[in-house]
Write a protein that binds this ligand. Structure first.
Ligand code: PLP
Length: 660
């Protein structure tokens, strides 16, 4: 698409505006044509990059429409290498004698293709997988088939069947490492080990006094749901010794929560965990592995700060903090350096996922009063013009003549409330009410465009309150559930037209029938704003404007993307309004640095989602076809209309759940 660069605005300005260099992790930048480009091997790497607009166009040419999740396998690979290199560098600098392994928790993104990317590179980088439930255990066993030495750490609540599966898998030669999370799991382990005469290596999860930081801080500490307290660990060691099972106890584990934003939380937890480890060695447990769980965070808003959506440390600092602390505590106690495991999930996959969708239209509130409408209201009932209308006309005039904006706004707000009251009592006509609303929005808009610094505090958010609504073809509940559930902030920006100054601001509303289905927090270069700078929607060749500024009908495609969505969003998302899984596409660089579609995974069809809620699409189709037949027979519709209706029905059932 042709861009319309303006002399005073460049693609770099677009990139700065949206804070791309702050939150992009070095994986995204903007091309000279004003499009977003993915750089899966890092911005400095010498390869051409992947133009997101080109990717979306390529998909559309293959009949795969937005919304679509783009998964960049090479970003996952880059993140894995980065983690490995950070720990290797920290270990070699410190002279640490234990090893390091990254273990990917499947729950963070269980999609098979994602796990396979990690598994495949994991062989080279000596990574493993982590499972937290029976289905994940089976998925993990399937993924590591033929790779007996690849570790599979098993966390989560376990029943006898789970434990027995693990014991047998270990007996078959698999490197499975169950982690005892509850005291009764020791009994399950003892029973299964005795039944099969085989004891796997296992770990114990510690309930640390050290709290985490951030949203999950409350889920750890003494009242945490998982792990054994120090007293229970002491008791467990004695119990295992008594049953002759202590030789299997090889690992101490902890997890202090996800998205740990403050490095100090890690420091405290590592110290506590390592002291506990040293004590267990002293008590005679063989040990050898220290698993520090997940928690390595992602800088979603690019602020590099100790706040919910950011982190105040780098991956290198995280690695060297762990290595340094574990080493010094072990050295002091004369205990060999354990092999280290981290279970980083979010930090491995978040950057690899990008959700792309189209704006379908916009609701633009009036910026100038419609003079004809105001005139009509003033002349409809000349003898009884409602006072609020006269007040609003006066307020508008006063604003144009330089009146105090705060005073004008208060008058306008008051008059708007008054006219609504009069209307509800039958004392104001529809013309008067409509004109009042027009005048109010025009006043609010004009004030919002003034220097915000000069506005009184209670009007500072006016630009957000009068911003546009951009209707977008996605479901927040399916694709960005954390934005709804825990107010997670995700970076959002258009993937094209970045060489054009965005002249509007808006919030993005989804297509679910739920007013919560909207994005209204956007990390920009200097702040998390309540509205996003966006471009005008351009009416296509056959389109026509919608009266209040938002194009209707045929608009030129305007693509927006939400970044850093690769962790947790895909499986946690739900079927609200029966919007199903979106299409997902793996984009990969080949040996020549050219990109290709490695996998195209089609999203749910209407038939699929109806099936999830126990509707049989076949029965539905038959029933509705019969009704169409009856309607034709009874001359309610023509035969041609009946045929069209049948076609809509069939296409609908087989089609995408999103607007096409
Ligand atoms: N390990 C365990 C036991 C977890 O519960 C989790 C997630 O909460 C993780 C690892 C992954 O954490 P993160 O994605 O923050 O790295």
């Amino acid at each position: 698409m042709a861009t319309h660069p303006r002399e005073d605005w460049t693609p770099e300005d677009g990139s700065h505006l949206y804070g791309l260099e702050h939150w992009g992790g070095g994986y995204f930048d903007v091309s000279a044509e004003g499009t977003v480009v993915a750089r899966p091997r890092g911005i400095g790497a010498n390869h051409p990059g992947i133009d997101l607009l080109e990717v979306v166009r390529g998909l559309e040419a293959r009949d795969i429409t937005t919304p679509v999740v783009l998964r960049f396998d090479d970003i996952i690979a880059h993140r894995m290498r980065h983690l490995r290199e950070a720990f290797d560098a920290a270990r070699s600098e410190a002279g640490y004698t234990g090893g390091y392994r990254g273990v990917y928790p499947i729950k963070v993104n269980q999609q098979r293709h994602v796990c396979e990317v990690i598994r495949d590179l994991g062989r080279e980088l000596d990574f493993g997988l982590e499972a937290g439930s029976k289905p994940e255990l089976l998925a993990g066993l399937g993924l590591t088939e033929g790779l007996p030495s690849m570790p599979l750490v098993c966390n989560g609540f376990k029943d006898a069947e789970f434990v027995e599966t693990v014991v047998l898998a270990a007996k078959m030669g698999r490197n499975v490492l169950p982690v005892v999370e509850q005291p009764h799991e020791l009994d399950l382990l003892a029973t299964a080990a005795a039944a099969h005469d085989s004891l796997p290596s296992f770990g114990i999860r510690a309930k640390l006094a050290a709290g985490g930081a951030g949203r999950w801080a409350g889920s750890v500490g003494f009242r945490g749901k998982f792990g054994l307290s120090v007293a229970q660990i002491l008791h467990a060691v004695e119990l295992l010794r008594g049953r002759d099972l202590l030789e299997g106890l090889k690992m101490l584990h902890c997890h202090i929560g996800s998205q740990i934003y403050d490095i100090r939380a890690f420091k405290t937890a590592i110290s506590e965990l390592t002291h506990l480890y040293v004590e267990m060695v002293r008590l005679g447990a063989p040990m050898g592995i220290l698993d520090l769980g997940g928690g390595l965070g992602v800088d979603y808003d690019g602020s590099a700060s100790a706040t919910d959506s950011s982190i105040n440390y780098t991956l290198e600092q995280y690695a060297s903090e762990i290595v340094y602390r574990v080493q010094s505590i072990c050295d002091d106690a004369d205990v060999p350096h354990p092999d280290l495991i981290t279970e980083s999930g979010r930090a491995l996959v978040a950057h690899s996922g990008v959700l792309v969708f189209q704006a379908l239209g916009s609701r633009v509130f009036p910026e100038e009063p419609d003079e004809a409408l105001v005139e009509r209201a003033l002349t409809t009932d000349v003898d009884d013009v409602p006072q609020p209308l006269l007040d609003l006309v006066g307020a508008w005039g006063s604003l144009l003549e330089g009146g105090d904006p705060a005073e004008v706004y208060q008058d306008a707000e008051h008059a708007l409330a008054e006219v609504a009251g009069l209307f509800n009592l039958g004392y104001a006509r529809i013309e008067a009410r409509a004109a009042c609303e027009e005048l109010y929005w025009a006043i609010a808009h004009r004030i919002a465009r003034m220097d915000v610094e000069g506005l009184p505090d209670d009007l500072r958010d006016l630009p957000e309150r009068v911003g546009d609504l951009y209707f977008c073809n996605f479901s927040l509940f399916q694709s960005l559930i954390d934005a709804w559930a825990i107010d997670q902030v995700f970076p959002v920006m258009p993937i094209h037209r970045l060489g054009e100054r965005p002249l509007r601001r808006g919030t993005l509303v989804d297509i679910t029938c739920d007013s919560d289905g909207k994005l209204d927090h956007f990390p920009l270069a200097t702040e998390v704003a309540r509205s996003l700078p966006v471009h005008d929607l351009k009416v296509g060749s056959h389109g026509h404007g919608s009266g209040n500024g938002g194009p209707a009908g045929d608009i030129e495609p305007y693509y927006l993307a939400v970044f850093l969505t690769g962790a947790y969003q895909e499986t946690l998302g739900d079927l609200h309004n029966l919007f199903g899984d979106t299409h997902a596409v793996h984009v990969r660089l080949d040996d020549d640095g050219e990109w290709e579609f490695a996998e195209v995974i089609e999203g749910d069809t209407v038939r699929d989602v109806l099936g999830y809620v126990q509707y049989d699409a076949g029965v539905l189709r038959r029933t509705l076809r019969k009704e169409i037949e009856r309607a034709v027979k009874q001359d309610h519709i023509t035969l041609d209309e009946g045929v069209s209706m049948r076609r809509f029905l069939d296409d609908g059932i087989a089609g995408y759940t999103y607007l096409e």
